[in-house]
Design a protein around this ligand. Structure first.
Ligand code: TYM
Length: 336
């Protein structure tokens, strides 16, 4: 029965805690997909080091990430939860893709342009080849869908291009060509202080992002002080400024209602009403996750056990694909 389920795969970087954008754009959809699909969810620690990380903080954030997955409803009995660095096939296939991709296509990646602009003169090569590692993450598991937020769509397109290039080169269906799966709501949560940029984990402006580790008080404060505009009363969704629209979007994603329904509810009311109601919804959603996450973090032995089992399951699937690629490439198989 299990064999007949279609496969999905996704991941999040363990740099800092997960934020509301990661939850609404990714994890919430992953949770809903668990019954129908065979799911692989990882913490992409190899990706995190494309910018310099403090080792102890990275270790803690990786545990925090796995604890957040479980606390948010990803079931380790049902889904494969693992750390990217525990399955060496990711780095190995990424090398093959480094030899398959072109400088031109990688230079066009929006995330590379944004992140490299912040790095000054010394841009790590890993930041440039990052989409190849992501392609390896995905293609090793032969998934049908990759559930991500809007910002990762370009990387999934790149993944599809590499898969087709390899399949064509060796005239074999080595890789399944995956589709991005982008949720209807919450696919692009914006920064609360700067609503024309997406909410991100960057520590430069922690007031702009609600983290899963934030207390109820911090959440209320951040959402209530979200930047809107010089108006005072909510009108329609289309007329709303980016900041106001972001609050309506968050509210509608959390209450499973359309933008119009939410805008109608607050139409003619002061912005403060929308802010308080939205802040309360965020607290209601995140508080139980935070509590469970903190409990889990006190039990590293349990988390290590999940990671061990996850890596073992992932390794089997990943190695099978890697062997096929190595064989097609012309590498002599290792004698068992
Ligand atoms: P990352 O860690 O930046 O984000 C993880 C997931 O959260 C989504 N997301 C958002 N969704 C809505 N609004 C936002 N403001 C927001 N910010 C982030 C992202 O779209 C993503 O789905 N390269 C990836 C990680 C990765 C990956 C993979 C994903 C590595 N390998 C393989 C899928 C499959 C990244 O940096 O995501």
């Amino acid at each position: 029965m299990e064999e007949q389920k279609r496969t999905i795969l996704s991941g999040i970087q363990p740099s800092n805690s997960l934020h509301l954008g990661n939850y609404l754009g990714a994890v919430r959809n992953w949770r809903e997909m668990q019954q129908e699909y065979r799911c692989f969810y990882m913490m992409v620690d190899l990706h995190a080091i494309t910018v310099t990380q403090d080792p102890e903080t990275l270790r803690e954030s990786s545990y925090l990430g796995i604890a957040s997955y479980i606390a948010a409803g990803l079931d380790p009995e049902n889904s494969v939860l693992f750390l990217q660095s525990h399955v060496s096939a990711h780095a190995e296939l990424a090398w093959i893709f480094n030899c398959t991709s072109y400088m031109g296509e990688l230079s066009r990646m929006t995330q590379f342009k944004d992140k490299s602009a912040k790095q000054g003169k010394n841009i790590p090569v890993g930041l440039f080849t990052y989409p190849n590692l992501m392609a390896a993450d995905i293609l090793l598991y032969q998934p049908h869908y990759v559930p991500v937020g809007n910002d990762q769509k370009q990387h999934v397109e790149h993944t599809r291009n590499l898969a087709e290039r390899i399949n064509n080169r060796y005239q074999k269906d080595i890789f399944k060509i995956p589709e991005p799966f982008i949720g209807k709501q919450g696919a692009r949560v914006m920064d609360l202080q700067n609503p024309t940029s997406k909410m991100s984990k960057s520590v430069e402006n922690p007031k702009g992002a609600v983290f899963l580790t934030d207390t109820d008080k911090q959440i209320m404060k951040k959402v209530k002080s979200a930047v809107t505009d010089s108006g005072s009363e909510v009108k329609t969704y289309d007329e709303a400024s980016p900041g106001l629209r972001n609050l309506i979007d968050i509210n509608s994603a959390l209450s499973n209602r359309s933008h119009e329904e939410v805008a109608n509810e607050f139409s003619g009311k002061m912005y403060g009403h929308l802010k308080v109601a939205t802040a309360e919804l965020v607290v209601e959603t995140l508080a139980p996750i935070r509590e469970k996450m903190n409990q889990l973090l006190n039990d590293k032995a349990y988390l290590n056990k999940i990671l061990k089992t996850g890596a073992e399951s992932a390794q089997i699937v990943a190695q099978k694909t890697l062997n096929q690629v190595y064989d097609a490439t012309g590498f002599i198989p290792k004698v068992p």
